[in-house]
Design a protein around this ligand. Structure first.
Ligand code: ATP
Length: 239
């Protein structure tokens, strides 16, 4: 498998506070990679640094071998990286349909866009029932579906997903993760997923990183991490 995304020794600061301290990670094409860590570990900062919302103080981000570290977020989106942010950040006064179409605003292949819209509505039938309604009327879980759908409408090569399980019931979490896996397998979209909830993220991933106070402290293939005593005790809650 070829490497699609690579972060090398990335440090990102908020003023004088260093939120991530020399992060290096790689994401192989077609895989699902998760970065797990508790509240404040730096997960959101990693995704924002990759998507260009934050500029790193040090280090480099490469996408398909190209240095994207200094590019603006809209350029990074256009080269093929979609960011589904924490808290979803849907446009609450726009209709569900307009939110989805915002994801496709750079695309010129109108027939394909229409087909992709149908695909998203097939994955999340509840969104069809709200299609012309403002997104403000959606529940948290439905907004999460909308954010995922909007990111897919960009037709990215890589999706950056910030805590898709946050605030959702176990049933909804399992629904959302099934769709994430389908987008990965059926549509060939590579996923970089950050999660506090390791017990949902790790089983869905091929490879995982563990982040603690801005540093990667452990990494490995899913099956290796699932067997690690530390991961089981501290992240999965199994002894
Ligand atoms: P959470 O799950 O709570 O979002 P996280 O792992 O995503 O946690 P980050 O949001 O990346 O963590 O935050 C990493 C560190 O940077 C934390 O110590 C946080 O307090 C700090 N931080 C985040 N945003 C800012 C900001 N805008 N200004 C100053 N410090 C910040």
């Amino acid at each position: 498998m070829t490497e699609v995304l690579r972060a090398s020794n990335v440090e990102t600061m908020y003023g004088r506070v260093m939120a991530i301290r020399g992060i290096s990670l790689t994401v192989k094409e077609g895989s699902v990679v998760t970065v797990m860590g508790s509240n404040g570990a730096g997960k959101t900062t990693i995704l924002k640094t990759i998507s260009g919302a934050l500029d790193p103080f040090k280090g480099q981000v490469e996408f398909e071998g190209r240095d994207i570290t200094a590019l603006d977020p809209d350029v990074i989106a256009r080269v093929g990286i979609a960011h589904s942010p924490e808290g979803r950040e849907v446009f609450s006064l726009l209709s569900v349909k307009d939110n989805l179409m915002m994801g496709a605003y750079c695309r010129k292949d109108r027939d394909e866009v229409a087909r992709d819209l149908e695909k998203v509505l097939g994955w999340f039938p509840v969104l069809r029932t709200f299609l012309e309604k403002q997104a403000i009327y959606l529940s948290g879980g439905q907004q999460q579906m909308l954010a995922l759908g909007r990111a897919f409408m960009q037709r990215p090569r890589v999706m950056l997903l910030d805590e898709p399980s946050l605030g959702l019931s176990p049933l909804l979490i399992s629904e959302i993760f099934q769709i994430i896996k389908r987008i990965n397998v059926e549509e060939g979209v590579t996923m970089l997923l950050v999660e506090q909830n390791a017990s949902v993220a790790l089983p869905a991933a091929d490879f995982g990183y563990v982040l603690e106070t801005g540093r990667i402290v452990m990494e490995g293939e899913r099956d290796v991490l699932m067997k690690s005593a530390d991961i089981r005790e501290f992240y999965l809650g199994i002894k």
